[in-house]
Design a protein around this ligand. Structure first.
Ligand SMILES: O=C(O)CCC(=O)C(=O)O
Ligand SMILES: [Fe+2]
Length: 680
């Protein structure tokens, strides 16, 4: 399914949601609620609701009305509150407000966290207090969330470490509960000391950030919080310091739950799926040839298998379950754990094989990875041959795709390949690509020419370096960080289906040029580089600032809004995307141009830009299709400036069919300085 970017109509979305919630919570006025029938009548048809009513009746003109009109009326919360106030019905006003508040608290503040095994019931109750919506803690496994958690765990670790000595006292160690707590304490300490601790030891100040940017360390941390720490957070645990830590944790952050662990696993599975990381490597803590030395136990491998199965990544489920059984040789045959894993593995193999379909096999072999088990395949068959076919097949598909033939899976295969750094551009193109110094586009660049790099010809995709300074980046992030919310996408065919989605797992915030003069730099720079109009309110959208943590991605899409063009309809569609990179990324996080066959590397202070529309106004699809590759280590921040079509009528000539980009053309006319070495 094709998704397009949700444009900036968040205010209207929120408003309608608020109204929707409020409808349910307000008591429908009943005669018992009011003092007499006359008053009740006045309430039932309030003046400002009458208008809504007549509108609704207009739409429902043909429907037989069996129930009184007022009962069907979708009355807005604030309408009723106003009515109560106007009529000085203080009791009703108070009641409605109380119900509204309770509803709000239950819906937004209290998560239903029944995931924590071994946590006392009283503890669970307080634990249900979650952060208010719309802070940056909103998404499980978000970097800020994990960072704070990692920072706090330092305190918990010190408390537990002190407690270990107490528990090793011969009297408590021999007592039954003392022995139990000592065992768990030791297990916790070992777990911590083989994951987060070495990271903190390397660099104490950057410790929390490094844990939060490392999928393996984060997973191990969340898993400790969910499966080990609750066992210690009991009345009996002889360690007051740790109890204080637990209570503080609930107050200042929240206690992570199994959903957070699941989200972390999903992100690691996504990394495997896109980058083709081998399960055995991941279990050894190796991602993208970088060894984290943070490993996954057989029990945890089993959890990975279960989550992969739940999310229908059958080939990964099979691999993780196999690993749980024999991966590191420590799982003994015949134990109940072994049998449990075996049972789940059988289930996964059946599901895997039944989804195998010979007719689509050639295009989706990467989905099935190296484990190709079509029904009837003899065991121990040499699969290397089939794997090779898939490589050849992928190159073939790249070719097909470049020739713009419809092919369902090819863009996805190109996405995986380019995200991994493969260059699929044809020779005719790469041999004509170059870098140049641009000094004539605008007087600004006379003294400090722009470093331009052509990533693609027809259409031109250009990356330009060193156009942002660190202080502006800092200011932008500081300004937007508190307002980050999870990004949404809208269904191309049904805009009502806008939702937090798995196709786009970033967080975002909007920043206006008019908020602070320093932020107008982003629009001005677009104008000075592209020659388009971008600094007026109608010519470009506010800056959209994005943040991705590990596993965060944006599945291939086009930025043009087409059918979903509602916000700023009169300004026209998104003619050009100018995307600034506000950070480097430790590993991953490229921007893949699926049809062109190349990915831009995120370099802090650079930007990449391209036209989404032809000069005749139509969407340049699939060529403008692109996606944000999953971040492997670290965090990625970027910012989009979308330029709209209508205000460009004087600067970009319309034509029936002209794919050419003006920027390179103009540079050539200006006599640009060509640099043949790669700037990046
Ligand atoms: O993060 C990226 O590299 C791509 C982001 C993107 O395509 C978008 O926000 O529309
Ligand atoms: Fe995009």
């Amino acid at each position: 399914m094709e998704m397009a970017e949700l444009e900036e109509n968040t205010t209207s979305v929120t408003t309608s949601t608020d109204n929707g919630e409020a409808e349910d919570i307000l008591p429908s006025p009943s005669p018992n609620d009011t003092k007499n029938d006359d008053e009740a009548k006045t309430l039932i048809v309030p003046e400002e609701v009458k208008q809504d009513l007549s509108e609704i009746n207009m739409h429902k003109a043909d429907e037989p009305t069996t129930t009184p009109e007022t009962e069907k009326l979708p009355i807005k919360a604030n309408s009723w509150l106003k009515v109560y106030a106007q009529h000085q019905l203080w009791k009703d006003l108070l009641l409605s407000l109380t119900i509204a508040c309770c509803y709000y608290i239950f819906q937004t503040r209290l998560g239903i966290l029944n995931y924590m095994p071994g946590v006392p019931a009283s503890f669970k109750l307080t634990n249900q207090l979650r952060e208010p919506a719309s802070t940056h803690y909103l998404i499980p496994s978000s970097p800020f969330d994990l960072q704070l958690l990692a920072q706090q765990e330092q305190i918990g670790y010190t408390a537990i470490k002190n407690c270990q000595n107490k528990l090793m006292n011969p009297i408590s160690a021999h007592n039954y509960t003392g022995g139990y707590y000592l065992a768990i304490t030791n297990q916790y300490l070992l777990d911590y000391e083989t994951s987060s601790h070495p990271i903190f030891k390397k660099n104490f100040t950057l410790g929390p950030e490094s844990v939060a940017g490392n999928p393996m360390a984060s997973f191990r941390m969340l898993d400790r919080f969910v499966s080990l720490l609750p066992l210690l957070h009991t009345k009996q645990y002889p360690c007051d310091e740790f109890k204080t830590f637990g209570v503080k944790m609930i107050r200042i952050i929240r206690w992570p739950n199994e959903k957070d662990v699941e989200e972390n696993i999903i992100r690691i599975l996504r990394l495997q799926h896109v980058y083709n990381f081998k399960t055995n490597d991941v279990a050894q803590g190796i991602l993208a040839n970088i060894s984290t030395e943070i490993t996954i136990s057989p029990w945890q491998s089993y959890q990975f298998g279960l989550i992969a199965l739940k999310h229908m990544k059958y080939y990964l489920a099979v691999q993780w379950l196999e690993h749980a059984m024999n991966g590191n040789g420590s799982t003994r045959r015949g134990t109940s754990f072994y049998r449990q894993v075996q049972k789940t593995l059988n289930e996964a193999i059946i599901k895997h094989d039944s989804t195998w379909n010979q007719s689509i096999a050639l295009t989706t072999q990467y989905h099935f990875s190296e484990r190709l088990v079509p029904p009837g395949t003899p065991k121990n068959q040499d699969l290397t041959k089939t794997y090779k076919v898939s490589e050849t097949n992928r190159n073939f598909l790249v070719h097909v795709y470049r020739n713009e033939l419809e092919h369902f899976f090819s863009f996805e295969i190109n996405y995986w390949a380019t995200c991994s750094g493969e260059d699929l551009r044809p020779l005719w193109m790469t041999s004509n690509l170059f870098c140049w110094l641009e000094s004539k586009n605008h007087p600004t660049w006379t003294i400090r020419p722009l470093k331009m790099e052509l990533l693609s010809l027809e259409p031109d995709i250009i990356q330009v370096y060193d156009i942002l300074n660190d202080s502006l980046i800092e200011a932008t992030l500081a300004q937007t960080r508190p307002n980050m919310v999870s990004s949404k996408v809208v269904d191309r065919y049904d805009p009502k289906l806008s939702q937090i989605s798995t196709t786009r797992t970033s967080r975002q915030s909007w920043l206006s040029d008019w908020y602070d003069p320093q932020f107008s730099y982003f629009s001005k720079t677009v104008e000075r580089i592209t020659g388009l109009v971008a600094t007026t309110q109608t010519s470009s959208e506010k800056l959209q600032v994005l943040s991705y943590s590990f596993g965060g991605h944006y599945y291939p899409h086009v930025d043009a809004l087409r059918n979903n063009l509602t916000y700023g309809l009169e300004n026209g569609d998104r003619i050009l995307t100018f995307m600034y990179y506000l950070s480097d990324v430790q590993a991953g996080g490229y921007t893949s141009f699926t049809a062109v066959g190349v990915a831009a590397r995120p370099v802090k202070g650079s930007a990449v830009f391209w036209f989404n529309l032809f000069t005749n106004g139509e969407t340049d699809e699939p060529i403008s299709q692109h996606g944000g590759c999953p971040v492997i280590f670290g965090r990625k921040t970027a910012a989009n400036k979308w330029v709209r079509l209508m205000d460009q009528f004087q600067v970009r000539k319309c034509s029936a069919f002209d794919k050419d980009t003006e920027i390179l053309h103009r540079a050539k006319i200006n006599g640009y300085v060509r640099v043949d070495t790669n700037i990046a």
